[in-house]
Ligand binder design. Sequence first.
Ligand SMILES: Nc1ncnc2c1ncn2[C@@H]1O[C@H](COP(=O)(O)OP(=O)(O)O)[C@@H](O)[C@H]1O
Ligand SMILES: [Mg+2]
Length: 451
Amino acid sequence: MTLRRRLGVAIAALLVIMALAFCGVFLTQRGYQLDQLDDRLAGLSGNTKALVALSTRAEAGTGKAGDLLTDVYVGVHRANGSLRTVLAPDTDPALVPRLLGNERDAGAVTRTTSSGSTERVRLVEAFLDGQRYAVVAVSMAGVEAQSRRLAIALLLAWMVVAAVALLTAYWIDRLGLRPIAHLTAAAEHVTATGGRAAVQVDSGNPATEAGRLGTAFNAMVATTAAGQEQLRRFVADASHELRTPLTTLRGYSSLYAQGGLATEDQVADAMGRINAEATRMSRIVDDLLDLTALGDQSALQLAPVDLATVLDDLAADLRVRNPDRAVTVRRSGRTLVLADSDRIRQALTALVANAVKYSDAGSPVEFVAEQRGGVVGVRVADRGRGIPASELPRVFDRFYRVAGAGPKGSGLGLAVVAAIISAHNGRYGVESEPGKGSVFWIELVAAPAGG
Ligand SMILES: Nc1ncnc2c1ncn2[C@@H]1O[C@H](COP(=O)(O)OP(=O)(O)O)[C@@H](O)[C@H]1O
Ligand SMILES: [Mg+2]
């Protein structure tokens, strides 16, 4: 059962229960008033002696009691039922009951009157002596007026409660249930389109649960759509990047099949190219696998790593490969961090490789490791070509390369660096000036002292 239907049923039940309760109140109250009327009738009719005395006097023409009892009718009948005399007002037709003949042993009963209108009386018959009995009747006008007033009051109260309940239901529906129905429809639409549709709902009032749900839903859909788009672009870029070496490989194999590689030298040359392209491909695949693996932080093997020592190692390697470059390492403070040693080495290697790749053969490079407060910062600085300011925000993107950057590359190196540093909850960045050089920096939380 939907929430909406449950709400409807609950309100209907509330209104029915209230109506029944009000009917109970009404009937109890009316019963109580009738009881009082009957008590009065019993008092009047029970005093047989007084009635006998009064009727004897009336028949003798010596006085009427009616002057004292203005809202009571007393008629004295013969045993055969015919009216003998009227003791109390015979002038007011609203008090003279229309007898049906079966009142004798019925106790108090309600009868219409000879007035012909809706007025009614409550009456009892009292046995006086062998020849006479009295009919005593009291007007019910007062009781009925009170009942009417009570009924109107209860009906009004019920209507007010019903109106409040319906308004509340409408309010809940507007603020809570209808937005949820919209959300459900939107979610179903998103599912139907395989998550590609970036459907946004009107989240409405953020102070309501439904409003917050709508906002969260919109954020979720936007994130999912962005993720899907990123994935799509990633797959497109990766395929594109792998296609170039594959085309080269296929070119050489079909050249060989057609007998295009005649001499030994040509074969050796082709083999060399094939090897280079295959190496490039496997490097791309390795980087892609790294990027995927680094999404999972728990795969990191954390241990104390001295970043200055890593830089020293990289500097030593670089000096061997590039004897004509001035490579300096500066360190200050305690440069120990908790990190996955292999991954950090991989990241710094990529930064150093770029510094070498994008600067002239003999230009100096500088590595710095220093402790500042709770973090250890590393800088890899070169005096190379630099990066235009407009390109800076994108150099850490996957497959992104600055246009005309020169030496071949996949554009994955810095993306892997970013992924490694992010997995360590560190920060990274770059400062660069075209023509002057670049400084790539990373920051990792310092390892706790004494550990
Ligand atoms: N030290 C640097 N100096 C100048 N440009 C750089 C430097 N490091 C990276 N870049 C630029 O950033 C781009 C992305 O770098 P990277 O992700 O390592 O890809 P790749 O080196 O494979 O091209 C490079 O193509 C290059 O244009
Ligand atoms: Mg690179």
